[in-house]
Write a protein that binds this ligand. Structure first.
Ligand code: ADP
Ligand code: MG
Length: 479
């Protein structure tokens, strides 16, 4: 079945997403499921038997479908067929130990007790399986390479450090801690490191895992008395560790403890560790000091929202990858409209391109100019820094000059902190940038203001009520 490159890409991304979210059984089940394409709004899947079909339907399909629909921007139906002779499963069947049946389509037998939870196989077989690296296609997005990453001033340090790590020449950057707002390329850089390492060392054991997945695996290992196996996977069978979204470990004390030892074991033996987070290490709440100090012991590099030229270059790159004809004029127009993050930028391009191709138009067409205007209204949701300052001033009845001043009077200071917090949250501006926008303050002042409001919001309903009122006003000014 013919798939467009957007469908192909979305399908791969949705699989990848499902795999990262699901417990370690993804490969097991998807070794008995095939993908036959997307046709007339229908995702066509084939299962080796009804049991597999029903299990995948209940346990994986909701996540997979939700993600796929999100990426494609349209709803899908799902059509299943059953074929015991399934020839090209989504995941290659696992190589199990000699005691296992050679043909083992790994899903556990259909015993009733298996319906709630897949039965763990014997630790011997698991260990052997764990040492077989999962198929790269599902682990690393083939499009998240260094070649496809556009470098600008917003991300050049993170890019250079990631490249150096991947080339094996940067022991002093161990660990590399990449921080930045959502959709700014952190995961892309991690996958790029993996691709590059694999291109030089095809047998490298690269462990890529989100902190959430690490936590789930850890809990599962504890429950099933498989800690030896868990530790082997993370401490001795790992040549590069990529831990995505480390902020997820906040407040998870036992997992933090385990990760602390994992980190030390790897670090002591010189295994590169790359971490990403939406916050700087020092800003991570409920994270023990000893972990924070480990995180900062190598290089901390941030990615920020890209400037206009970088956004245009990213759009052009994306259009080239997806074979979307995109003129310079439209690229600039779109980049001017969407400035929040790269994910939204790409999403806008893909949606426009899909609409254009469905209606047989090009992106330059006059009708498409109308669509572009609609993108504009959506992105106007992003009110600017000045708007936030204005709304906050009016809410707390202070003046803009107060916000910029050195006035430490309680009410003025609080209004200022709230404005900083909202700007950081909504615009993902960097701390130095915000410092400049608030009367040339030091970035550490902004950092502590944001942290203070964040924590007050959680424990003080009155503060939360203020913030909600301001947010409602901002939302109405976005319409
Ligand atoms: P994060 O992990 O920071 O939330 P991702 O790495 O998932 O963000 O990036 C979101 C999307 O934006 C991905 O499709 C990624 O390829 C793209 N992207 C982000 N930054 C860049 C860049 N500098 N060049 C090209 N694509 C980028
Ligand atoms: Mg990410």
């Amino acid at each position: 079945m013919q798939l467009s490159s957007i469908e192909q890409d979305s399908w791969l991304q949705a699989l990848l997403h499902t795999r990262t979210r699901s417990p370690a059984t993804f490969e097991q089940w998807f070794a008995s499921v095939g993908f036959e394409g997307i046709k007339d709004g229908r995702l066509c899947l084939v299962a080796r038997d009804e049991f597999v079909r029903d299990w995948v339907k209940t346990h994986f399909l909701p996540t997979l479908l939700e993600q796929l629909e999100l990426l494609l921007g349209r709803p899908l139906e799902v059509g299943w067929t059953v074929n015991p002779l399934l020839s090209s499963p989504i995941c290659p069947p696992r190589k199990l130990g000699p005691s296992s049946s050679p043909s083992s389509a790994p899903p556990p037998s259909s015993a009733a007790s298996d319906v709630d939870r897949p039965r763990p196989t014997s630790s011997g077989a698991q260990l052997r399986v764990a040492s077989v690296p999962p198929p790269p296609a599902f682990q690393f997005n083939p499009k998240y390479t260094f070649e496809n990453f556009i470098v600008g001033s917003s991300n050049e340090l993170a890019h250079a450090a990631a490249y150096a790590c991947a080339s094996g020449g940067a022991p002093r950057y161990n660990p590399l801690f990449i921080t930045g707002g959502t959709g700014l390329g952190k995961t892309h850089l991690m996958h790029a490191i993996a691709h590059k390492v694999l291109s030089m060392h095809p047998n490298a054991r690269i462990v890529y895992v989100s902190a959430e997945h690490f936590t789930n695996e850890f809990i599962e290992a504890l429950q099933n008395h498989r800690m030896d196996e868990f530790r082997a996977r993370y401490r001795t069978q790992c040549d590069v560790l990529l831990l995505d979204d480390v902020q997820f470990l906040a407040g998870r004390e036992q997992t933090q403890e385990e990760f602390f030892h994992t980190f030390n074991a790897l670090h002591d033996t010189g295994v590169p560790i790359i971490l990403t987070s939406d916050k700087y290490p020092q800003q991570l709440q409920r994270m023990p000091e000893r972990l924070v100090s480990r995180f900062t012991s190598g290089l901390v590099a941030d990615v920020q929202a890209p400037g206009l030229e970088t956004r245009v270059a990213i759009l052009k790159k994306k259009a080239q990858i997806e074979a979307i004809p995109l003129s310079d004029t439209v690229a600039v127009l779109l980049a001017q409209k969407v400035h929040s993050n790269v994910r939204e930028l790409e999403g806008a391009l893909i949606r426009l391109a899909a609409k254009a191709s469905l209606t047989g138009r090009t992106l330059d067409d006059e009708v498409m100019q109308g669509e572009l205007a609609l993108v504009a209204t959506a992105s106007q949701r992003l009110v600017g820094l000045v708007d936030i300052q204005r709304v906050v001033c009016s809410h707390f009845r202070v003046t803009n000059a107060d916000l910029m001043s050195k006035d430490r009077h309680k009410s003025v200071a609080f209004a200022r902190q709230v404005a900083m917090y909202l700007c950081r949250q909504r615009l993902k501006s960097s701390f130095p940038e915000l410092g400049r926008a608030f009367g040339n303050r030091d970035h550490t002042t902004v950092m502590s203001a944001v942290r203070r409001v964040e924590s007050l919001r959680k424990r003080d309903p009155q503060v939360n009520a203020h913030l909600e009122a301001i947010e409602r006003r901002l939302a109405s000014s976005e319409q």
